[in-house]
Design a binder for this molecule. Structure first.
Ligand code: MCF
Ligand code: FE
Length: 415
């Protein structure tokens, strides 16, 4: 601890159920300051730490680690009815046509509200995909931990150097804020929009500095057709807008660029078994954005195969550019509805892990678990009635939570 820094007073929080290693503890409590000091039976903690402050008991309560949204584009938060939903390429045309207008409308108030909306839904950490760095001040102000993914974009060889230099300066700007709760990171936009030469450069930098990397990958059927055959709606799109005749990357070549550096691939809706096996075998992870996929006409992620191959995955909201809210619980409910072939309670359990432990591991954060030594990032949810049986508690939590009752980051209460 820094000299002069006052040590935070220890507190004890009790809940009817405490989420612990995929199950629930009863009659337990958490002793914490900035970090979790112990998870133990309530009576035991009270007698061993009489100096600790006892927080008021909330009836019918469940304590979870704070939830983590690994993929959100905050700069597009002004969108409501500007972008066209329903088909990916039409959406992309609308983004290209109205991007400046949307970014211009996205003021500090809108950015603050986007972070606050996530907070109310229990999000204590998130991965911000940043196109221009316009949200850096807002996320520095927000209480959440943030992994700040600076986006690299540009497929035209004539302009890639300028775009790469701009990417580097944004990366540096976010590195200067790493004092707060911001971790600088890299987002390679996608295989169709980034030239392999700059992907190589960015990956060399990521390896050298140990930076977290994320990329949109195999999102739409049109992306797959373009990368595989150089045809389809993307062909016309690239010819018309960039006078480009052929894709710059193949599916396999793009994946190879990330070898040896575990990467968080977003969407993967159009990935087949062989790509999913490559993702599994090379130690990568997937961000699943069910509503974004539905709203942009991309299809359904093959979650059954992802479970079978044991690929670590998270559930994330994407931005308001392809969604209607940034609530992590709205997203989890959508996942339950979309994957109707998977047993409901099994899926609910996996989804809770997706937005806690899995997401923390992907963003390399010491949170996402209620265990001694982890940050005291916690969420208390009061259910409407007494919970007799905790077997179905993951499902009840997902179905009934609109906003969390209490939220702590670094042991400090924010909701
Ligand atoms: O994840 C969704 C859909 N897939 C790709 N990109 C974006 C998404 N939401 C926002 N984007 C942004 C992306 O960061 O839209 C632009 C990029 O800046 C598309 S390419 C001009
Ligand atoms: Fe995205």
């Amino acid at each position: 601890m820094a000299r002069g820094a006052k040590k935070k007073k220890m507190k004890i929080i009790k809940a009817d159920y405490i989420y612990y290693k995929g199950g629930y503890l009863e009659e337990h409590a958490v002793l914490f300051d900035e970090k979790i000091i112990a998870v133990a039976p309530y009576e035991e903690l009270c007698s061993s730490h009489p100096e600790a402050e006892l927080l008021p008991y909330v009836p019918n309560s469940v304590l979870y680690p704070g939830f983590i949204n690994t993929h959100v584009h905050l700069e597009f938060s002004a969108n409501r009815t500007t972008l066209k939903y329903g088909s990916f390429v039409e959406w992309l045309y609308s983004v290209i046509g109205r991007r400046d207008e949307l970014l211009g409308e996205c003021d500090q108030k809108i950015l603050d509200e986007a972070c606050a909306q996530m907070l109310r839904s229990g999000v204590t950490a998130f991965g911000a995909i940043s196109s221009l760095g316009l949200e850096l001040e807002a996320v520095a102000r927000a209480p959440q931990r943030v992994v700040f993914f600076n986006e690299l974009l540009g497929s035209n060889p004539a302009s890639v150097d300028v775009l790469y230099a701009d990417f580097l300066s944004r990366l540096e700007a976010s590195s200067l804020r790493s004092d707060a709760h911001i971790t600088p990171a890299i987002a390679i936009h996608s295989p169709y929009s980034v030239h392999p030469i700059v992907i190589k450069k960015a990956m060399a930098l990521a390896r050298e500095r140990g930076l977290i990397v994320s990329a949109h990958f195999l999102e739409s059927p049109q992306e797959r057709e373009w990368l595989e055959h150089g045809s389809g709606e993307f062909r016309e799109f690239f010819k018309k807008l960039f006078n480009q005749e052929r894709p710059n990357n193949s599916i396999g070549g793009f994946l190879d660029a990330f070898d040896g550096h575990s990467t968080h691939f977003t969407h993967c809706v159009q990935a087949g078994r062989s790509e999913l096996e490559a993702i599994a075998g090379r130690g990568h992870s997937i961000a699943h954005c069910p509503r974004s996929n539905r709203y942009l006409g991309c299809g359904r992620l093959d979650l059954e195969t992802i479970h079978e191959l044991d690929i670590p995955y998270t559930v994330a909201t994407d931005g308001l550019s392809s969604n209607n809210t940034l609530s992590i619980f709205d997203e989890l409910r959508a996942a339950l509805m979309l994957h109707e072939g998977i047993d409901l309670n099994t899926l609910a359990r996996k989804l809770i892990d997706a937005v806690t432990v899995n997401a923390a591991d992907v963003l390399r954060l010491d949170c996402g678990r209620l265990e001694a030594g982890y940050h005291a990032d916690m969420v208390l949810i009061a259910m409407d009635e007494k919970i007799d049986d905790y077997d179905d508690l993951p499902l009840w939590t997902i179905l009934h939570t609109r906003e969390v009752t209490q939220l702590y980051i670094k042991g400090e209460r924010h909701v």
